[in-house]
Every structure is written in C-alpha cells, then in structure tokens.
Design a protein around this ligand. Structure first.
Ligand code: GUN
Length: 299
C-alpha cells in the first residue's frame, strides 16, 4: 500500500515558513507583502478559489486586495487595472484568475503584468527563465512548484536519472512541470492525447504526474510498482451513491487502484490543491523580499 502524500500537511509547513518570513521581513525592512487578486465574472469555481487565496493571504499577514469585476468588463479596462497594480508599490504579487470571459484575450492581460509581480509565473519572461534555468530570479507556476516540493519530500533532493512521465501539456501545469523535473536531472517525457500506448509509457515512470482534467483516467495498471504518483486533477463527478444530485471530487488517477501499486501518491482532495495556494503565498513573499533586497526563504 502506497504512502499517502498529505498535501495539507506539506502546505501547512510552507505557510508556517511564509508567516515567519513575512514577520521577519516586516521587522527588518518594514515591507508588508502585498497581493492583488483580480476576478472577472461569476464562475462559481473561480469564486471559491479566489476567496481562499484572499483568506490565506490575510492569514499570512499580507496586505491583500481583491478586485471583483463584472463579466462584461472591457479588455482595455482590465489592462488599465493591471497597469495601476503594476505601479502600486504596496503590491508585490498580481494574480488574474483564469479563465477570463471569452471577449478578453487572456494572453494580453497576462503579458501586461510586470514579470517582477507575476506570481503565477505565466509571463513570457518567467517562462523563459524557467526553461533556461534562471530560477533564482523567476516565478514558477504554483501548481507544478508545489508538486515538485511534494516529490522532494518523498524522494529527497536527488532525483537524478529518474524517469518522469508528465501526462498533460498545458502551459499552467504540464509544460512547467516537465521543465522542473528536467532541471532536477530526471529523464522526462511529456505525454498527451495523441501519445501512442499511454498506459505502457506511464508504466515506465518512476515519477508519474497526471494533469489532464479527465476523471480517473490513469488506472492502477498504468503505474509502475513503487512509483511516486502526483495527481493534479480536480474533477467534480456525480455521486448518486451519496444521494440524489450529490457530487464528489476525484483526481485524474483512479486512487484506490493506483494506491495498491504506487510507492507514494497524492489524494484528491488534500493533495496538490492545498499546495497551489501555499506556493502562491510563497511566491508573493519571494517577490516582496526581492523588492527589499532580502534573501527569500527556501521551501
Ligand atoms: N485558474 C486555475 N488555476 C489557476 C492558476 O494557477 N492561476 C490563475 N491565475 N488562474 C487559475
């Protein structure tokens, strides 16, 4: 039976370091980390994520502002808001919750955020720094960064020569995850919907990361015995066994099957999810430390 990787416990550790780091930054330089979260429209899932980001920022002792804009907000108005936040010295991290409404060009908005405040790590400058190994001055996207921290908690800091398969090639998770694993000297394969014989490829992985958004797609017989399995998926599915109209959350991995084969595995919920918010706080503190020319904590 696999070790269950407790994302809440690892996230609590990160948050404890962030709180201590924020307190010491305030004492040494008077700087309070500031985060601005921008949400456009009424998407209920996004509202829940954004509320928990703002709540956690306050708990960390940050200056936290939230801008909630109507669905029909014009793209130019959103650009203007981001430019105002770029120029606001009390704000060190800017997060524009995605997806944005269809009439807004996500790319234009993301590239308007100055790279120094792009705590999501989505700006081309931060993507380029990750790919070229300039991670000391980059921001790395929070979900892969948090996934990496959990992998290191299980396998230690030396991942050299391990075989890693990342299922999913999104800009938010799959691609940055693959680059982090490559930077850690893993042999990395990115798999996707066109990959041939995905189960056989997945079975070669010492580290298997599932980030496709398909409920329970990765089956137990896709997992190499003893592998470390990171499940990035958060899918809400019908759960008639819990009563009429009820739903439940599942990952991209069939947990019960995979748990019987893996060495370690993240559950859903309680795995990668809490880490994403924790790393957003960590990135915001890092940004504030850089602005004050103080060394940021390591996680
Ligand atoms: N929507 C889903 N995940 C994310 C994320 O990590 N950052 C932003 N900005 N939007 C998201």
């Amino acid at each position: 039976m696999a070790q269950r990787i407790d994302g809440r416990a690892v996230a609590d550790d990160v948050i404890a370091s962030v709180k201590a780091g924020a307190a010491s930054l305030a004492e040494s330089s008077g700087v309070i980390p500031g985060i601005a979260v921008v949400i456009v429209g009424e998407d209920p899932a996004s509202q829940v994520y954004v509320a928990s980001k703002s709540r956690m920022a306050k708990e960390c002792g940050f200056h936290s502002v939230q801008h909630t804009l109507p669905e029909d907000t014009a793209e130019d108005d959103l650009v203007a808001l981001v430019e105002t936040l770029n120029a606001d010295a009390s704000i060190h991290g800017i997060l524009v919750q995605l997806p944005l409404p269809d009439h807004v060009d996500d790319g234009r908005i993301i590239q308007t955020i100055v790279p120094e405040k792009d705590v999501d790590g989505f700006h081309f400058i931060n993507v380029g720094k990750l790919v070229t190994g300039e991670t000391d001055s980059a921001f790395v996207p929070c979900t892969p960064e948090g996934s990496m921290l959990m992998i290191r908690r299980v396998l230690g800091d030396d991942l050299s020569g391990l075989s890693a398969v990342v299922v999913g090639r999104s800009n938010i998770v799959g691609k940055p995850m693959a680059h982090l694993l490559l930077a850690a000297n893993c042999t990395v394969t990115i798999a996707h919907s066109r990959t041939k014989d995905l189960p056989a490829l997945a079975r070669t992985a010492d580290i298997l990361v599932a980030a496709v958004g398909r409920p329970e797609m990765v089956r137990g017989d896709w997992v190499k015995p003893g592998a470390t399995v990171i499940d990035v998926g958060i899918n809400r599915i019908d759960a008639p066994e819990r009563g009429e109209g009820k739903t439940r959350l599942v990952g991209d991995v069939a947990y019960a099957e995979a748990e019987a084969v893996a060495g370690a595995i993240t559950p859903v919920p309680g795995g990668v999810g809490p880490m994403t918010i924790a790393m957003l706080m960590a990135n915001t503190l890092t940004s504030a430390c850089r602005s004050a020319e103080v060394a940021p904590p390591k996680y």
